[in-house]
Ligand binder design. Structure first.
Ligand SMILES: [Zn+2]
Length: 98
């Protein structure tokens, strides 16, 4: 990832011990919130275990070449309802077939 002005600012701020402690707490809270957000089943209305399925889809691109796109879909383990899918563009795993 490209570094921004903010990266330099943050690096400087993290030299302050009190700031670094608060920052680390915020990062942990964010990770927990993200985990809850990404594994919440709207059908069961609880945070649940998810089953993951991976789909490969081959699409034509320029010059007769094809690419395989990988997408992941998550379903609730309890009720099997769809919870979320991850956009293929989030994946760096684009496999050149030809
Ligand atoms: Zn469910």
């Amino acid at each position: 990832m490209k570094k921004s002005n903010y990266d330099g600012y943050l690096k400087e701020q993290l030299k302050d011990f009190a700031f670094k402690a608060r920052y680390n707490q915020a990062v942990k809270a964010f990770d927990v919130a993200l985990q809850i957000f990404t594994s919440y089943c709207p059908q069961c209305r609880i945070v649940t275990n998810l089953s993951e399925s991976i789909t490969l889809r081959t699409i034509p691109v320029q010059n007769g070449k094809t690419k395989t796109l990988v997408s992941k879909t998550y379903h609730c383990e309890s009720c099997c309802s769809f919870v979320r899918s991850e956009d293929e563009s989030n994946y760096k795993l684009l496999i050149d077939c030809k």
